[in-house]
Design a protein around this ligand. Sequence first.
Ligand code: NIG
Ligand code: FE
Length: 413
Amino acid sequence: MTLLIINIKELLQVRNSKILKVSGKEMSILPSIKNAFLLIKDDIIADFGSMSELKNMNVDETIDATGKIILPTWCDSHTHIVYAGNRELEFVDRINGLTYEEIANRGGGIINSAKTLQNTSEDDLYEQSAKRIKEVIKLGTGALEIKSGYGLSVASELKMLRVIKRIKKDFPIAIKSTFLGAHAVPLEFKNNKQGYIDLIINDMLPKISSEKLADFIDVFCEKGYFSIEDTEQILEAGNKYGLTPKIHVNQFNAFGGIALGVKYNALSVDHLEVLNDEDITALKNSSSMPVALPSCSYFLSIPYTPARKLIDAGLPFALATDYNPGSTPSGNMNFVLSTACIKMKVTPEEAINAATINGAYAMGISDDYGSITIGKKANLIITKEIPSYYYLPYAFGDNHIDKVIINGKLINY
Ligand code: NIG
Ligand code: FE
């Protein structure tokens, strides 16, 4: 099956070699071709170039993209999209003055979502989650990381991970699965956190490994959740099962979580709303991708990750949604792009690099995703007719996507 797209107003993020990430000043460069064509063979990008170079050829299907921009689909490297129910009552509690921390301390927050999920069947959890997956694909997401962490018991963590496995099988986008048993300490272990850590290490991890349910391991390394010592035990155990870390660090407090992630070769360190000079130094000597989650900052009214500080230090960063029922009930990467530009003072070029190639790196898949490169997967966003790519973050809140192509096929959910 060959699909030819012609008269593309501008083809963005074209890379001739399979680069894996872009860092520092390079992030401000977004290579593009104006008045371009793109050829897809089956699920792969087979060729692209300027319309003037297009030779006559026989193809199965042609799309005319006059006035439209094409770019790689978003790579959302941090989500908790598999969850049960919602927490809109806590949202109103926060409007009325309670903090995220106060809500968590009285048994709300992650513990509240865990209670709901424990009482939800695997099939129901699958249905609720599949609906959200379809929505984010329509919004241009073509690769997604999904975490467990709302189970907090052996049975329910396995339930979440099995649902993720089913989603991997049923949907055409790239999906990576992360075990986040250490998301919060469940009530039964309130006075025995080590008991819960032992359960993660001795009970959950061996089962997850034998069913091959996770690609990565995560810990919420934060005051009131898991300390440096707790996190180290869990990462050490994950390491024995070949699970690379992707960790939640520096959301509310900076106390060495980033250096720990770097020590354990974390693929990514995520949140980073609070970032000090030692954290920057640790990142400079690492291959870990810093991941910013601006929709979470927006929703919780907490600081935004200082992306300019990362760029000035020559570092890369990725953008992701953090889609979850507590801190970010949105999986819209287009909103993430706008919010990064508006609130983090990131340029459209930097934001698009962060949401495509660097997001792919943060999932370990930038060999096949995240840029328009011959041989990579044909996962594309075709925009509506828009004046320029600046318009994507600028005209926030509107949907500028006309079509989404995944593995060379048009999505029609
Ligand atoms: O990434 N910070 C920890 N976990 C989620 C929020 C979880 C929740 O409130 O349900 C996050 O923001
Ligand atoms: Fe998260």
